[in-house]
Design a protein around this ligand. Sequence first.
Ligand code: NAD
Ligand code: TYD
Length: 342
Amino acid sequence: MQNILVTGGAGFIGCNFVRYMLDKYPDYTIVVYDKLTYAGRLENLQDVQAQHGSRLRFVQGDICDAAAVDDAIGAHDIDAIVNFAAETHVDRSIMSPDAFIQTDVYGTYVLLEAARKAGNLRYHQISTDEVYGHIHGDHRSLESDSMAPRSPYAASKASGDHMVNAYYITYGLPVTISRGANNIGPFQYPEKVVPLFVTNALNNMALPVYGDGKQMRDYQYVIDHCSGIDVVLHEGVMGESYNIGTGKEMTNLEMVEILLDALGKPRSLIQHVEDRQGHDRRYCMNVNKLMALGWEPEYTHEEAIRATVRWYVDNQWWWEPIRNGEFKEYYQRLYGNRKVIG
Ligand code: NAD
Ligand code: TYD
């Protein structure tokens, strides 16, 4: 493996992965293939480009465009595909699911078909713990658990996973899947809860906590996710899925308190608002299968939240233009008329 096509590489996790891989493997070349939707930004890659020059190439394109995908694979002698490209925000999937079905389902099919036609290229699919749905009691999702997605986003990602498995079984395509927990860290679009709350708090705006805020999530630092993907890409067994998370969980309110304390902002900024429709109460995964390959997370939840807060405090240049653009209209649509409940 030497020439990797990283789809969605201009987004949050993708750009961190590109940085991680180019630093770690001096003989690898990466081609980022990205449509540059609202969530994809060339600024996310500008420091990597400056550091690694021609080892990083960029192609603007849609993963649903089969001819453009084939061209990118042929032109750059690609031997592996890592697919991050997706519509990723649950609240947007509730407002308008269409793009989720297009990119996360049909787009995944297009990439699998391109990998097959190019001679069964190595294919890795980036998936999510949300495919397991809401997790009851103290169970931690195992890779062998059935998928039970509940939001349009989660259902589209689960469909992608099914298609990846189908290409392994039917055509023998060398595939792996990794299912990440809630990632946080540099370059995350401020619609997701942690960057939304940090940037709201820095602007002294209320933090809209959905419902009682006692939903459980595993907030994982993005670099730990990237190192886990690297291990699966190189050491994973073909046809297998691997969970990537800390294996621990915390409530949203606990996350908010750490975040506000790190910023020195008052708890009075917390505002409970009407809950998300179909809100999954708890995600938590068992990550022993990946740990058995020698991987270990480095950041605790608290360290991950603090490191993320620091990055947003230091990188206002990155998020301020975003918050003043398309985001304003989105924010008004989602939060403008939302009922305050306490
Ligand atoms: P993101 O929304 O920040 O970035 C998505 C990227 O995909 C953007 O650069 C966008 O331009 C690109 N893209 C979207 N549609 C495209 C299309 N049709 N063709 C080409 N490019 C397209 O997302 P993220 O948070 O970095 O997530 C990356 C992947 O990781 C996704 O597959 C997501 O499901 C998965 N994941 C995310 C998390 C998380 O907490 N953010 C957790 C687990 C898994
Ligand atoms: P999010 O970052 O959207 O990730 P996901 O829904 O994929 O887990 O949300 C994380 C948690 O934070 C989730 O329980 C929903 C909650 N949340 C809020 O309470 N308020 C908000 O404004 C947002 C965006 C999320």
